[in-house]
Design a protein around this ligand. Structure first.
Ligand SMILES: [Zn+2]
Length: 162
């Protein structure tokens, strides 16, 4: 069973490595990631969040199908930005508004190794960017101004009594 790791685990701040084998083991990992995400009521989960240093994330956004993104590249972002309150399974209980491009175009492989391109906007675009950041070792607290970041971390440390 895969468990979600939380802030403080150094894998969350490391760059993940490309997936090279599209095999049974990968399919099993993906199935277990969906289970872990559901258990924690998430709408997106990246492999580093279950302590796997792989370029892979999944999404399950309301009104959309479940999606798997392997070795993804965000190839376009809209100049238009949007603000939305984000949470992260690796920071339980912490929510704050993050500004990001409103829409993105992403290229990735599915679990069978088939490449695809997707244009996303709304909540899906938001989740894609948040999860993609995890593959780069970047966290949502890195996306807000330093002052707000300090306050958010202080709040989080109090929440989890770190
Ligand atoms: Zn996250």
């Amino acid at each position: 069973m895969l468990e979600v790791v939380t802030y403080g685990n150094e894998i969350l701040e490391q760059k993940a490595e490309p997936v090279t084998e599209f095999d049974e083991q990968l399919a099993e990992t993906i199935a277990q990631m969906f289970e872990a995400m559901k258990r924690d009521h998430g709408i997106g989960l990246a492999a580093p969040q279950v302590a796997l240093k792989k370029r892979l994330f999944i999404t399950d956004v309301e009104g959309d199908k479940r999606r798997v993104f392997i070795n993804p590249e965000i190839i376009m972002t809209s100049p238009e930005l949007s603000e939305y309150e984000e949470g992260c399974l690796s920071f339980p209980g912490l929510y704050f508004v993050v500004k990001r491009p409103a829409s993105v175009t992403i290229q990735a492989y599915n679990e069978k190794g088939k490449p695809f391109t997707l244009d996303a906007d709304g909540l899906l675009a938001r989740v894609i960017q948040h999860e993609y950041d995890h593959l780069e070792g970047k966290l949502f607290i890195d996306r807000i101004p330093p002052m707000r970041r300090e306050r958010a971390l202080l709040h989080y440390r109090r929440l989890v009594k770190m």
